[in-house]
Design a protein around this ligand. Structure first.
Ligand code: AMP
Length: 173
């Protein structure tokens, strides 16, 4: 087993002063690191018996982890995208950022009613993005079974924002 944290690169003052950006491109670049990341996420999902029918990933770094995880768990993959990117009928949600607001969209027919859904992203920071995605899914009448992140910035207490379902993370800062 390798230490995944050692493969994540810290970039100070990106995208702005005072933020330490946790750069996962160096983790993705490492064949063994990538393999272990996906396998570890899948194993934790199995240990918690999450059995998702769909894995939902947020644009764009969420896609990188959600898709191979969905494949591994024999689930479908569903993209949650920035406004105006999805061609079909969408549900849309506006959510608060540090400065201003942003919007996320999902295809209305992407997840079936009563299906089991797992939300995946690279990093949970404040939890705002994951919380908005969970709210977006409420339109579909599906069952949210959990969240999985590669990195959790624990100091920001993002998990406090999220509904009461299992929350998986592999590396904590
Ligand atoms: P939040 O909505 O605050 O939980 O932020 C989550 C999104 O912001 C994730 O999609 C991350 O990719 C990104 N993010 C926030 N903080 C960082 C950080 N320090 N390093 C890398 N990505 C970050």
């Amino acid at each position: 087993m390798m230490n995944l944290k050692s493969l994540i690169r810290d970039i100070p003052d990106f995208p702005k002063k005072g933020i330490i950006f946790r750069d996962i491109t160096t983790l993705l670049n490492d064949a063994q690191g990538l393999h272990q990341t996906i396998d570890s996420l899948a194993l934790k999902c199995q240990e918690k018996d999450l059995r998702p029918d769909y894995v939902v990933g947020m644009e764009s770094r969420g896609f990188i982890f959600a898709t191979p995880l969905a494949y591994q768990l024999n689930a479908g993959f569903v993209p949650v995208r920035k406004p105006g990117k999805l061609p079909g009928a969408v549900y849309s949600i506006e959510y608060q950022l540090e400065y201003g607001t942003d919007r996320l969209e999902i295809h209305q027919d992407a997840v079936k009613r009563d299906s089991r859904v797992l939300i995946v992203d690279d990093v949970i920071a404040t939890g705002g993005t994951a919380k908005a995605t969970a709210e977006l899914l409420q339109n579909s009448g599906c069952q949210l079974v959990g969240f999985a992140f590669v990195i959790e910035l624990t100091g920001l207490r993002g998990r406090k924002q999220l509904p009461d379902v299992p929350i998986i993370s592999l590396v904590e800062y």
